[in-house]
Write a protein of this length. Structure first.
Lengths: 205, 205
């Protein structure tokens, strides 16, 4: 179910890395207790271990994996070119500070509220969908000039958008994406990647 | 007034770089029109130009400056050590995805609502202050083991926290920081830096 765990799985898959996935019994509150809190003091999933490296925050885990394994699999950060890496960094910040807020608020209302016995707040859904549409207007313009968000190559920018969009596209609000031709074509492209197919097929919220 | 502009000014100052600050007439809506939108398509400040490099998103601008000028001024990203740089990245994500949400919502209520003739929403202030307190509990534990958030050295992690905290500490809710001894000592340390003194003295919200 976890979008942040899906983000790390996408990265592992793009890099062709092997891993062990250790479920956390969130229904029993295991993520808010030791020993889990020693892995992630904020009590959120995922947490990540690689030898003596212990990390949390999905985007930080992905960056670590992409830098450590920069010579295998997909070149997610374009770190061999400072100019290209700068644009990747910029659009990763756009994902984090423009896109993530509205879409995560939307997903909370549509998927998580009902799980906790609360009705979705229609007013919040409307506000956040409108915000998302304005952000995707900028993406539409951007994607009319390059195939992917950071250039003509797939990067961590595109990847970081996938988890929330997988769930978003299952809702009637998917038209926010499909009504914008370049965003829609980009999403089809992103969705057709072997790593995306593999990870999204296991995503069930 | 802008916290995101202050973040970039802090970085420029830590690096000892010269710059020209070009005001944007936001009261006249200049940030939502051309030519500004060609610098930042989201219509937010700041935007940044360095020769033919054009960027926006304050944290991306700071990263660019720190990487381009890594050999002068403060070593903000610790990029010569992969292990240290990984921890800097991790805690930058914590700032972005844990700290920034509640404190920016708080600042909106306390400072921005009155500017737009709206009363601060006491319920939101209470909720966000409580969230912030829980995050600072994790920081308190962290700062009992290292002088700064990413280690015993000042980095972009600490720097990225400064702008919102400068305004937060002017409110009666400053006790959320001062009641936590290690967080309070860290803040005093951060605040005493020449770059922080210089930039914060010009911050007037």
């Amino acid at each position: 179910m976890s979008t942040c765990t899906a983000r790390v799985l996408l990265c592992l898959s793009e890099k062709g890395l092997e891993y062990e996935l250790v479920p956390v019994q969130m229904s029993k509150g295991a993520h808010k207790q030791q020993p889990y809190l020693s892995l992630n003091p904020f009590g959120q999933i995922p947490a990540f271990e690689d030898g003596d490296v212990s990390l949390f925050e999905s985007r930080a885990i992905c960056k670590y994996l992409a830098l450590k394994h920069k010579d295998i699999g997909t070149d997610l950060l374009r770190s061999s070119s400072f100019a290209e890496a700068t644009i990747v960094d910029l659009w990763m910040e756009v994902e984090a500070h423009q896109f993530n807020g509205p879409i995560s608020a939307f997903i909370r209302q549509i998927f998580l509220n009902p799980m906790f016995g609360r009705a979705p707040d229609e007013k919040v859904i409307e506000t956040e969908t409108e915000k998302l549409g304005k952000i995707l207007d900028v993406y539409e313009e951007r994607l009319s000039k390059s195939k992917y968000l950071a250039g003509d190559y797939y990067t961590m920018v595109d990847m970081n958008h996938i988890p929330y969009l997988v769930y978003f596209m299952k809702t009637p609000y998917a038209t926010v994406v499909t009504s914008r031709p370049h965003v829609s074509a980009w999403w089809k492209n992103v969705l057709s990647r072997p790593a995306t197919i593999k990870v999204s097929s296991g995503m069930t919220l």
